[in-house]
Every structure is written in structure tokens, then in C-alpha cells.
Design a protein around this ligand. Structure first.
Ligand code: ADP
Ligand code: ADP
Length: 224
């Protein structure tokens, strides 16, 4: 029941002749049903860790097993499939496609997987309705508030029932009310059994969850 099992991750960026060690022997385990926040200041390596855990980037060295799959031995195609099937991503900037409606944005991950259009439409509609956007299905992102856009992004992340929800600063672009709403939604999703990892520098977000891991200068700590 280990969703993320990552050990001794090291990430070194090469800036010309200079080496920058951004992750320094990071090990992290996330179990099914966990709700974890990784809290750290800007520049501590959060996005780098998120990109590796999300199979968007590879570590310089280490081991990473996601839902039983050895990520570091996967081909690019296999990695794309792992991302599409196993992970729901939520970003600070929502990353919605501006020309598509809320409904079309949420349908997209299912269509990529080859799910039939009617089926994708029903699933997308259901998730958006659950998240309080039943009256906004045909709105484009720029016709929605920030909080509503983030709820569309959450609907898109959960529509395929992924093993893992990975959120990178999900409240970073939200006012405090929308931010509270988003956290409440994450809590509810977790109570329904979703495994969630949030990466943030926002202490208020971290205070809402039981499991906090701290990141500082590329190292993880259980305590401050
Ligand atoms: P955070 O998300 O906590 O702000 P990042 O993972 O984005 O931290 O960055 C950690 C450090 O690594 C920063 O000093 C950043 O400038 C550097 N960094 C991030 N990505 C790259 C890259 N592709 N090449 C070189 N340096 C990078
Ligand atoms: P965040 O706001 O999530 O911390 P950043 O603005 O630090 O992200 O970085 C945005 C993107 O630029 C990331 O993909 C990161 O890997 C890359 N990046 C950050 N710092 C550097 C750097 N010094 N050199 C090259 N790429 C970088």
C-alpha cells in the first residue's frame, strides 16, 4: 500500500561548469490514503521534487517506485502513461487550456486515454457538479474566478481516479476564501480515500493536515 517509495534522491543541475545540488539524499514514502504536505521556502527544491515525484523529470541518482512501478527504468512512453493514468496534477497557475470550456478541460485526460466521448463527458460533468460548478460547464477559464478555475483543475485531476493527487502550490494564486475552499475540497477528497501530496511554502495550508514534511536546502526533515 505504498504509493510513493522514493529513496536517496539526488538532483544536481549543471549551470555551465557549476554544479548545483538541489535535492540532497531525499527519501520519502507516501501510503495509500495519506494526506501529506511538503513545506519549504522558495528555492528549497520543492518544484524539483514535485517534478520528480510526478515523473516529469528524473533524479540524477536514487530509486523511485510509484505504485509498484520502477520509474527510473521506464521509457519516455511508459512515463507518459504513468503520468496520465496514475497521477492527477494540480498547479498554482491552474494550467487550464484557455480556448476550451470547463467541461472540455476536464474531459481532456480521459480523451487522451481513449475513453469514449460520451463517457468522458458524463464523468467530467459529474466531477464539476460535485465541485459546485454545475452551472459553469460551458464557461471558459477567463470567465471564471481564480477559485473556480482551481476547482476546474481539481476536477480535471480527479476525473480519471488517479492513485495520487500531486498539487504544487495549489493555493498560491487564490485569495484566502478560495484558498480555504480548496483546502476543504482536498480534505474531502482525502476522506473519500484519495492519496494527496501538496507541495507549498504556505504555513496555513500545512496547518490543515496531520502529516507535514519539511524541505530545506534540498533535504527533508520530519520536524522543523
Ligand atoms: P522551489 O520550488 O522550492 O522554489 P526549485 O526546485 O524550483 O525550488 O529550485 C531549487 C533550486 O534549484 C533553485 O536555486 C533554482 O534556481 C534551482 N533550479 C531549479 N530548476 C533548475 C534548472 N532546471 N537548472 C538549474 N537550476 C535550477
Ligand atoms: P516555482 O515558482 O514553482 O518555484 P520557478 O519559477 O522557480 O518555479 O521555476 C519555474 C521553472 O523554471 C521550473 O521548471 C524550474 O525547474 C525552472 N528553473 C528554476 N530555476 C532555474 C534556473 N536557475 N535555471 C534553469 N531553470 C530554472
Amino acid at each position: 500500500n505504498c504509493v510513493i517509495d522514493a529513496n536517496n534522491l539526488i538532483k544536481i543541475y549543471q549551470n555551465g561548469s557549476e554544479e548545483l545540488k538541489v535535492l540532497d539524499d531525499v527519501s520519502i514514502q507516501v501510503y495509500r490514503g495519506d494526506f501529506m504536505v511538503i513545506l519549504g521556502p522558495s528555492g528549497s527544491g520543492k518544484s524539483t521534487l514535485m517534478n520528480i515525484l510526478g515523473c516529469l523529470d528524473l533524479p540524477t541518482s536514487g530509486q523511485y517506485t510509484l505504485d509498484g512501478l520502477n520509474v527510473l527504468e521506464a521509457s519516455d512512453n511508459e512515463l507518459a502513461e504513468i503520468r496520465n493514468k496514475k497521477i492527477g496534477f494540480i498547479f498554482q497557475k491552474f494550467n487550464l487550456l484557455p480556448r476550451l470550456t470547463a467541461l472540455q478541460n476536464v474531459m481532456l485526460p480521459l480523451l487522451y486515454r481513449g475513453v469514449k466521448e460520451e463517457e468522458a463527458l458524463e464523468a467530467a460533468k459529474e466531477k464539476l457538479t460535485i465541485l459546485g460548478l454545475g452551472a459553469r460547464l460551458f464557461h471558459r477559464p477567463n470567465e471564471l474566478s481564480g477559485g473556480q478555475q482551481q476547482r476546474v483543475a481539481i476536477a480535471r485531476a480527479i476525473v480519471g481516479n488517479p492513485q495520487l493527487l500531486l498539487a504544487d502550490e495549489p493555493t498560491g494564486n487564490l485569495d484566502s476564501k478560495s484558498s480555504e475552499d480548496a483546502i476543504r475540497i482536498f480534505k474531502e477528497l482525502n476522506q473519500q480515500g484519495n492519496t494527496i501530496v501538496i507541495i507549498t511554502h504556505d504555513v496555513e495550508v500545512a496547518q490543515q493536515v496531520k502529516k507535514i514534511v519539511y524541505i530545506r536546502d534540498g533535504k527533508l526533515y520530519e520536524n522543523h
